[in-house]
Ligand binder design. Structure first.
Ligand code: 6PG
Length: 475
């Protein structure tokens, strides 16, 4: 009997995806460049379902029913290209290659069109949820042709996370759309993590609470509207005691956050699309800053606030911080979804934003109750220009804003950095502003470079003779 699907690349993500497929009744051919990994999988998990071990890509291909479906789960970049290059000459028209790694969507665009020339269908898919998700049900974000998706859909639905009977998988759009949406997912993940980290830092710095107490506060948050995977694991990390020293784990870990690049890609792309994602950008920069050892060493001498600021009432402050976190989260998601919209329009993907919110409700790292509300917002108005304009979110922001401002003011007066929370508040106030100082910038540009400007009262493009008699004429 031929296998229904093949997986090449059996590191933990690939192995767990293969196991998930097998556990859900699919016959799975498995392959890894180093055969020990294949043997290991067969020994440890071979009884979980029907696996067909293959010791070369040729064998893998020969063991598959047609059109073939092959999941490539190797490192993004060069290694993915290498596997695809080796695979393609052995494939037939209509076969489907599925790249389930964290690929850059630009690479996916390139690969999709190269394979399309040979009649091979390419599905670049985002898969979120880490190791556990891959095994028990990830959120799956496939891009590629609708025909390829239709054929994969039953398999993907069977292995995806499930929320209230709805599997967390949808056809995001053609070619690079899936990896694009996964990229923005990760950008939002960075922003979410940064906002939570700032909240922790505030509770510690302003109220002098310990990690264990703060874990309890996050557990309380997790029982309310902030209910999410990331808040839950935050409480667990904060509660963890280092077995070596008996000290809180967060106090013995080096405070330099690393990153593998997806957050940076999100911001790079947002710059290309001129789609402001200040919350995500601050989160990426905050990680970079944390790793700037020399800069931080040099900065340690800089003076902080000279007059000791008043400490707020603890109960009030905890409530304020919850509001600030929620409001900032709304802004981060609003920015991320606007980037998805900008990408969809720019690359012609026709992405259904509500469907994206729906498949993020389960399986992925940013899964949260909150996504139900985003889905509802897009259900009500699929063309919503910003989540900030949704009636529910508007009300939440209205309720949160005084707290949000107090939190930023307190942080500022005590000298505690809150780049994420304050950037979110600035974005909010920018969106609200009736007039922006951009008018002055236009004046400056026109002054030094005759770059011209438009007026509020008359149509046309104008220039002022700044160096001369300051008369204005139409450009
Ligand atoms: C997911 C995660 C996953 C990965 C992150 C980590 O959705 O399952 O996003 O893809 O763990 O990309 O990213 P950093 O190493 O950049 O923090």
């Amino acid at each position: 009997d031929k296998a229904q699907i093949g997986v090449t690349g059996l590191a933990v993500m690939g192995r767990n995806l293969a196991r998930n497929l097998a556990r859900n009744g699919h016959r799975v051919a498995v392959h890894n460049r180093r055969r020990e990994r294949t043997d290991e999988l067969m020994e440890q998990f071979g009884s979980e379902g029907e696996f067909v071990p293959s010791y070369s890509l040729r064998e893998l291909i020969d063991s598959l029913e047609r059109p073939r479906r092959i999941v490539v789960m190797v490192k993004a970049g060069g290694p993915t290209d290498a596997v695809i290059e080796e695979l393609v000459p052995m494939l037939d028209r209509e076969d489907i290659v599925i790249d389930a790694g964290n690929a850059n969507f630009e690479d996916t665009l390139r690969r999709e069109s190269a394979l399309a020339e040979r009649g091979v269908r390419f599905v670049g898919t985002g898969v979120s949820g880490g190791e556990e998700g891959a095994l028990h049900g990830p959120s799956i974000m496939p891009g590629g042709s609708a025909s390829a998706y239709r054929e994969l859909e039953p398999i993907l639905r069977s292995i995806a996370a499930d929320v209230d009977g709805t599997p967390c998988v949808t056809h995001v759009g053609e070619n690079g759309a899936g990896h694009f949406v996964k990229m923005v997912h990760n950008g939002i993940e960075y922003a979410d993590m940064q906002l939570i980290a700032e909240t922790y830092d505030l509770l510690r710095g302003v109220l002098g609470r310990g990690p264990g107490e703060i874990a309890e506060t996050f557990r309380e948050f997790d029982r309310g509207r902030l209910d999410s995977y990331l808040i839950g694991i935050t409480a667990e990390v904060l509660d963890h005691t280092d077995p070596r020293t008996g000290r809180p784990f967060v106090d013995v870990v080096l405070d330099q956050a690393e990153q593998k690049g997806t957050g940076r890609w999100t911001v790079q792309n947002a710059l290309e699309l001129a789609s402001p994602v200040s919350g995500i950008a601050e989160a990426v920069f905050a990680r970079s800053m944390s790793g700037q050892v020399q800069l931080r060493q040099a900065g340690r001498d800089l003076p902080g606030p000279s007059t000791p600021a008043e400490r707020p009432d603890p109960e009030q402050f905890v409530a304020d911080v919850e509001q600030a976190l929620y409001a900032s989260k709304i802004v981060a998601y609003a920015q991320g979804f606007n980037q998805i919209r900008a990408g969809s329009e720019n690359y012609g993907w026709n992405i259904d934003y509500g469907a994206v919110a729906t498949i993020w409700r389960g399986g992925c790292i940013i899964r949260a109750k909150f996504l139900d509300r985003i889905r509802a917002a897009y259900d009500q108005n699929p063309e919503l220009p910003s989540l900030l304009g949704d009636e529910d979110f508007r009300r939440a922001l209205e309720q949160a804003q005084d707290s949000w401002r107090r939190v930023v003011a307190t942080a500022t007066s005590l000298g505690i950095p809150v780049p994420g929370i304050s950037a979110a508040l600035s974005y909010y106030d920018t969106v609200r502003a009736e007039r922006l100082p951009a008018a002055l910038i236009q004046g400056q540009r026109d002054y030094f470079g005759a770059h011209t400007y438009r007026r509020t009262d008359v149509d046309g493009v104008f220039h002022t003779e700044w160096a001369g008699d300051r008369s204005e004429h139409e450009a």
